[in-house]
Design a protein around this ligand. Structure first.
Ligand SMILES: [Zn+2]
Length: 325
């Protein structure tokens, strides 16, 4: 057992590295946000100032730092660089930092587990949990991007939504590879491991399928369920209001959240997103800034719901269950 302070120092290094890596991903995400809705390539040409078209020098492209040193202006033509650039970088940095923290806690469960005499997680559980955290990291990248793109352009590119579903299902299949066929104790459907002792509380529904089958089919069912639910809401809205309330992009977005997190966390994201959109809509109406027919970037709110659900969904669901007791 390493001394406590030593471990704290290590944690600091891990979190800093994760934050820095997040900044770099955020910088790349900014390129995606600028180009994908315009259907431009994200690799070619090199980043240019949209105003004077001067290529951006490498030292003016350092996340956060360059924006601060340039005081938010282009070095050549002094056009304002939007706040969006440093904010997206910062958001991605904080996102990877949070995921790294979750990963760190999971890797150092041993002391907690010994204190509570719960059996140590199996190798499959550790790999499964690590893979689901990789999924959460990728989901954050996609959702932050979709949130900004929908807000600015009302476009949710398929490369992010459908591409995200493909990545998520690939991760689930990889998780399933590490499951033994009789490992019913591993209930991986809710994007975290439920540690149940052998012969303890087991989700009997899983016995219908083997572990890998239930994992893969369950997730595909979650994707279809989430998509169908939103299609139904979309259809009902159209029947009542005689106009489109949400686009198909929103449907794909919720299906993507379900692909990464499972059905119930996606429903939580839908609930949180709808609530946030309603609050925002009421504020706009009260200020006379919008009418009953104004369009709202619902995908942005759905993305925020997805981000909250991914990081603290389990806490929120547990709090809700505790309230019911
Ligand atoms: Zn310029």
């Amino acid at each position: 057992m390493k001394p406590y302070t030593h471990r704290v120092n290590q944690l600091g290094i891990v979190l800093f590295a994760a934050f820095f890596l997040g900044l770099l991903f955020g910088s790349f995400l900014n390129v995606c946000i600028s180009r994908l809705p315009q259907r431009e390539s994200i690799v070619h040409p090199r980043s240019r100032c949209p105003e004077c078209e001067e290529p951006i020098r490498w030292y003016d492209n350092i996340p956060l730092l360059s924006w601060a040193l340039l005081r938010g202006r282009c070095r050549d033509c002094h056009t304002t660089i939007p706040w969006r650039y440093p904010l997206v970088e910062l958001a991605m940095g904080l996102w990877l930092l949070s995921v790294a923290r979750l990963f760190w806690d999971a890797m150092h469960l041993d002391t907690t587990i010994r204190a509570n005499s719960i059996p140590l997680p199996t190798e499959a559980q550790i790999i499964g949990y690590s893979l689901s955290l990789v999924g959460v990291a990728i989901l954050g990248f996609l959702l932050i991007g979709l949130m900004v793109m929908d807000w600015q352009t009302m476009i949710l590119p398929d490369s992010f939504t459908l591409g995200g579903i493909a990545i998520a299902l690939f991760l689930v299949c990889t998780q399933a590879l590490f499951l033994g066929p009789n490992e019913d104790e591993v209930v991986l459907t809710k994007h975290h491991i439920q540690l149940t002792s052998p012969g303890g509380v087991v989700d009997r529904g899983n016995l219908f399928f083997t572990g890998p089958e239930s994992l893969i089919f369950g997730r595909i069912a979650a994707v279809c369920g989430a998509a169908l639910l939103l299609l139904l809401i979309r259809w009902l809205y159209k029947a009542v209001r005689h106009r489109d309330g949400m686009g198909l992009g929103d449907v794909k977005l919720l299906a993507m959240i379900a692909a990464f997190l499972g059905f119930w966390p996606a429903i939580l994201a839908l609930f949180l997103g709808t609530f946030a959109a309603a609050v925002y809509g009421v504020i706009l109406l009260a200020r006379g800034r919008a009418g009953a027919t104004s369009r709202l970037a619902f995908g942005s709110f759905l993305s925020i719901g997805g981000l909250v659900s991914a990081l603290c969904g389990n806490h929120l669901i547990n709090m809700y269950i505790a309230l019911l007791r």
